[in-house]
Each structure stands twice: as C-alpha cells, then as structure tokens.
Design a protein around this ligand. Structure first.
Ligand code: NI
Length: 185
C-alpha cells in the first residue's frame, strides 16, 4: 500500500470528466481503493475522489467517523464506503448553503449551496449494486466528491464568493461554522 500525492486546484486531472470504471472487481481497482483509503486515513479527512490522486476514473471513497459528528447530532457514523461509477439523483430541489473544504484546495473553506436530499447509485469493488439515500452533511459530501468526477471543484458551485476564506483566519471558529449539528441528520 502507499500514500498517494494529492492533485491541487490547477492540475488538469481535476478539470476533466473522469472515465467510467470498466471492471470494478479488478485487482487494479482494489489496489487503488486501498491506497486511497490509506491516503485519506493518513490525512484524517472524510472523502476522496480518484482524480484527486491523479487517476481519472469514476471512483469515490468516504467515511464519516464519530469524531466528525457533533455530540448533539443524531447521525450515526458511516464506515468506509466505496462508490464506483456513482450516479447522483436529486430528491429535492431545496438547497442549503453548507461549509465545504477540499484536499485539493488546502487551507480554504467556503459556503456551497447543496441539495439537501439525494439518492446515490453505484457499485462496490465486488460489483455489488449500492443505493444510498442521504441528507444534510452526508448528501453534501457525496455531491462534493462526485463533482470531482466531472471536473468540478466546490468554488465553481459557490454563489457567495465572499465566504471563500482561509481556515487560519477563522481560528477555533472554523469548528463552529463547519460543524452545524442541524446538518448531521
Ligand atoms: Ni474535494
């Protein structure tokens, strides 16, 4: 296994449409997913899309550990989830602004309007069909990661660019603005 290098905003691999995975059950895909998990665990972040590690394929991994969920929230932690060839279907036109960060834009955050409820269809590394209905923070995370597969970074979805800011300028307040218990449904 290995820790992979993260592509940052400006790298062409982040700006293009990623290719569908032809054989989700292949050894190559399994190895890539393991390396992506190791990379994400090493950084301590929640989600990663294959283009962010310089591989232009439609693969996303994520997890939501208990430590990322505010104590007041009712949401249960989500274990490692692997999405291959994911398709997002919007279940409500309602959008809410939610604070996002991205490993490809280190040190920054911004408010992004996201659909509050979505359905996700994908397959896993055993080629089993996955269907997930997600709300709030979970729905945002999936929309953010799947956008990477279409060459979209979160600032491209922002409607109020005045909220794009460096984390270091917020200090401890970063946790207050990124951890609204109401988003953890
Ligand atoms: Ni990202």
């Amino acid at each position: 296994m290995s820790i992979l290098k993260i592509a940052r905003m400006g790298n062409p691999v982040l700006m293009k449409q990623a290719d569908p995975v032809a054989d989700p059950g292949s050894q190559e895909v399994a190895r890539l997913v393991r390396d992506m998990q190791e990379t994400l665990a090493d950084i301590g972040a929640n989600g990663l899309a294959a283009p962010q590690v310089h591989v232009s394929l439609r693969i996303v991994i994520y997890r939501i550990p208990a430590t990322q969920i505010p104590a007041e929230a009712t949401m249960q932690p989500i274990d490692w989830t692997v999405l291959i060839n994911p398709v997002v279907t919007v279940l409500t036109e309602e959008k809410r602004p939610i604070m996002e960060r991205c490993l490809s834009l280190p040190g920054l955050h911004g408010l992004v309007p996201r659909h509050t409820k979505i359905q996700l269809d994908a397959v896993d590394t055993d080629n089993n069909a996955i269907q997930i209905v997600a709300s709030g923070f979970h729905a945002m995370l999936i929309q953010h990661e799947c956008d990477h597969l279409d060459g979209i970074l979160y600032p491209m979805k922002m409607t109020d660019m005045s909220t794009l800011a460096y984390n270091s300028e917020l200090g401890e307040k970063i946790f207050a603005v990124t951890r609204d218990p109401a988003e953890f449904l």
